[in-house]
Design a protein around this ligand. Structure first.
Ligand code: GLA
Length: 376
C-alpha cells in the first residue's frame, strides 16, 4: 500500500463516525442572518422519526416553524413566522412564537414594589407594561443554544442570563428554555430560572397557531376546548380586577368544545376586541401537569392538545393581526391565528389574591408546557 492510500484510508476511517452522525442527525443548524446590532442568529431544525419538524431561532428562543401532518398525512407549517431576521425585528412581528418575559402579559402602569423598593417598567401597552419591555425583553435578545439528541428525545436548550436591572426588573435572572420534540409528535417546552434578588417571573411561549396551515384565512372555524371554570375579568386596559369569575353563561365557556367563531362577535365591542382573556385552569393541585386546551381544525383533522403545570392560559384570538406578510408570502389576517399562552395570571405581582410570580434567591422557577399534535 502506498503511503498516500494508507493516509486516505485512515482519513476516511477517522471521518466515518462524524459522517454517520451527520447522516442520522435529527438536528440541522443553519445561519439565519444578523440582527441590526450585528449579532449572528441561527435556526435549528429538529425532526422526529415520523417526519414532524420544528424550527427554533436563537433570537427570542423562538418557535418559528411546526410541520405536522393532517389526517391524510400531508404536512403543513401551523405556526406564524417570517423568512428573515429583519421582519422579526420589524413592527410586523407581534411576538410570533417567541419566549415572552421576564413577565409575560400585563403589569398595571408598569409599577410594582418588592422588598420595600418601588420599580417602574416601561409602559408599552397604553398605560401598562406588556410582555417584558421594549428593547431587551426576552423575545428580542439572542439566546445561547445547545442542541441535544438523547435516545427518543431531541431538541434545543436555550440559555440567557438577564442582568440585574434589565428592562427595569430587579435581580440577575438566569434562564433556560428547552424545546424537546418527542416521538409522539409533542413539542415540550421546559422553562427554568434562578435569581439573585426577589423578582417577578412569568415566562411563556407566544406561538400563533392555525391548524389549517399558517396563512389560512381564519381561526373562527377551529373548535376549542378550555379546561377552565373561571377567568380573570379585566378593566378597560385589560388589567384584571382581582376577581375570579365563572365562565358559565358567557362567551368564555369553552368547557365543551365550541367553534371559536360562534360567539366571538359578542366580544368585539369590549376592551379585549374579541378573545384575549386569561382562563383559570381546573388544576387538581398547584403545579400539577393538567390538560389545559384542545384546538381542533375539522377541515384538516389536525388536533392540538395543550398541557401545562401553570395555573392559567391566555387565549388570544389574533384581534391585532393586521394582514402582515409572513413566511412564504402568506398573509396573517385579523383573527387568522390564535395563541394559547400557558402562564400565571396577568398583573399577579400587584394582585395578592393570585398565585405568586415572585421568585426568590435559592428558589427555582419551573414551568412545562406541552403542545401535542395528532389528527382525528
Ligand atoms: C397578547 C396580549 C394581546 C396582544 C398580543 C400581542 O397575548 O394579551 O393583547 O398584546 O399579546 O399582539
Amino acid at each position: 500500500m502506498t503511503r498516500f492510500s494508507s493516509f486516505a484510508i485512515a482519513l476516511v476511517l477517522g471521518l466515518l463516525p462524524s459522517l454517520l452522525r451527520a447522516e442520522t442527525s435529527m438536528i440541522k443548524e443553519t445561519p439565519f442572518g444578523t440582527t441590526a446590532d450585528g449579532i449572528a442568529v441561527k435556526v435549528y431544525e429538529v425532526s422526529n422519526p415520523s417526519g414532524m419538524k420544528i424550527r427554533l431561532l436563537t433570537r427570542g428562543a423562538t418557535l418559528i416553524g411546526v410541520d405536522v401532518p393532517d389526517r391524510d398525512g400531508k404536512l403543513a407549517d401551523v405556526v406564524f413566522g417570517f423568512d428573515n431576521i429583519a421582519s422579526y425585528e420589524s413592527d410586523s412581528n407581534q411576538y410570533f412564537g417567541c419566549t415572552t418575559g421576564r413577565c409575560a402579559n400585563r403589569i398595571a402602569k408598569g409599577k410594582f414594589s418588592l422588598d420595600g423598593k418601588d420599580y417602574q417598567l416601561a409602559c408599552n401597552d397604553g398605560p401598562n407594561a406588556l410582555h417584558g419591555g421594549v428593547k431587551r425583553s426576552l423575545d428580542k435578545v439572542v439566546w445561547d443554544a445547545m442542541p441535544f439528541e438523547e435516545g427518543a428525545s431531541r431538541g434545543v436548550k436555550f440559555q440567557y442570563s438577564s442582568p440585574d436591572g434589565e428592562e427595569g426588573y430587579p435581580g440577575k435572572l438566569d434562564m433556560a428554555v428547552t424545546f424537546t420534540l418527542t416521538d409522539a409528535n409533542e413539542v415540550k417546552i421546559d422553562y427554568s430560572a434562578t435569581t439573585d434578588k426577589a423578582t417577578p417571573v412569568n415566562l411563556t411561549n407566544h406561538a400563533y397557531f392555525n391548524l389549517g396551515g399558517a396563512g389560512s384565512p381564519t381561526i373562527n372555524d377551529h373548535v376549542l376546548m378550555l379546561n377552565a371554570d373561571g377567568y380573570t375579568p379585566v378593566d378597560d386596559t385589560l388589567i384584571p380586577t382581582g376577581e375570579i369569575a365563572k365562565v358559565e353563561g358567557t362567551p368564555l365557556d369553552f368547557r365543551r368544545s365550541t367553534r371559536i367563531g360562534d360567539r366571538v362577535d359578542e366580544l368585539t365591542d369590549t376592551a379585549a376586541l374579541g378573545y384575549d382573556h386569561n382562563f383559570v385552569l381546573n388544576q387538581a393541585k398547584p403545579g400539577e401537569m393538567t390538560k389545559a386546551a384542545e384546538l381542533y381544525d375539522p377541515a384538516s383533522g389536525r388536533l392540538l392538545t395543550v398541557s401545562t403545570t401553570e395555573p392559567g392560559i391566555q387565549f388570544y384570538g389574533g384581534n391585532f393581526l393586521k394582514g402582515q406578510q409572513g413566511k412564504g408570502g402568506k398573509t396573517y389576517a385579523h383573527r387568522s391565528g390564535c395563541c394559547l399562552e400557558t402562564q400565571h395570571f396577568p398583573n399577579s405581582i400587584n394582585t395578592p389574591a393570585f398565585p405568586t410570580v415572585v421568585l426568590k434567591p435559592g428558589e427555582t422557577y419551573s414551568h412545562t408546557c406541552i403542545y401535542g399534535f395528532s389528527v382525528k
